[in-house]
Write a protein that binds this ligand. Structure first.
Ligand code: ARG
Ligand code: ZN
Ligand code: CA
Length: 256
């Protein structure tokens, strides 16, 4: 792949009439798209905070995101679908992705990145479907208070990084710690991210050594860890390779 890919996005705002602020404004949606366009181009100002030892690894993923301008029937659109729901909250069961279960039906998932914004239960900030899954549930779901940087976005998840993280999964990136609960036995299948034991939360200080990964330790400032939004600011070259493999494979329909 050469050059920058632009991914068309549709944002489904699924809101309950009792909580009007769930029906987030256009400005907040644009603030999220802006974050994605910085983070996936390594144009985020905080990339300057990457520790010197890893600065050569910080990568421009060469992907941009644009709210759709044409809907599935060919009509002009602002790329935003608003759906009122009777559901007080949604779960990881994909209910938000179907009007039959109080959500909003996806636009063709091989042509649009579908992002659903809603209330999620259980302290969940968001979830994603990896490439290769069922088309009708493909996309990412983001909690309405962890979406964008304005409006209902609430600290410490008001930097738009939940969507950066979940779209990383949508592009086939695994968690940087390999989801092995501290065992150090599984990793993220990316060679240039150090093997690390478990997720990091909050605002860790560098270095944080686990799994004999000293002296530099965990790359907790990677978007695929679980730290606060203001503490994550990089993808690596190796992660870009996985993203490119995904775009040449399971998500080739986006390469047009
Ligand atoms: N799926 C993860 C969760 O719900 C997302 C974590 C995103 N992290 C962040 N700083 N925004 O916990
Ligand atoms: Zn995740
Ligand atoms: Ca790794």
């Amino acid at each position: 792949r050469t050059g920058v890919l632009t991914v068309p996005v549709v944002v489904h705002v699924v809101h309950h009439p009792d909580v009007p602020e769930q029906n987030i404004g256009v400005e907040q949606i644009h603030s999220q798209i802006d974050v994605l366009n910085r983070d996936y181009r390594a144009a985020n100002p905080d990339v300057s905070r990457v520790p010197d030892v890893w600065k050569p690894l910080a990568a421009d993923a060469q992907i941009e995101f644009a709210l759709a301008t044409v809907d599935p029937l060919g009509a002009p659109t602002d790329g935003i679908v608003r759906a009122e729901t009777g559901q007080a909250e949604f779960d990881v069961d994909d209910g938000v992705k179907s009007s039959a279960t109080g959500g909003s039906d996806p636009w063709p998932t091989d042509q649009y990145l579908n992002i659903w914004v809603c209330r999620l239960g259980g302290g969940l900030l968001g979830y994603a479907q990896f490439p290769g899954g069922p088309p009708q549930t493909d996309g990412v779901v983001i909690l309405y208070t962890a979406f964008g940087t304005t409006g209902t976005a609430a600290a410490p998840y008001d930097g738009g990084r939940t969507a950066t993280h979940e779209i990383g999964h949508w592009l086939d990136l695994f968690h940087i710690w390999g989801d092995d609960d501290g065992a150090c036995s599984n990793d993220d299948r990316v060679a240039d991210t150090p093997n690390q034991a478990d997720s990091n939360m909050g605002k860790p200080s560098f270095p944080h050594v686990t799994c004999d990964n000293g002296p530099n330790g965990d790359m907790f400032m990677n978007y695929m860890d679980y730290v606060d939004d203001d503490s994550m600011f990089m993808f690596t070259r190796g992660q870009r390779e996985r993203i490119n493999a995904c775009l040449e494979g399971a998500r080739a329909s986006f390469l047009v």
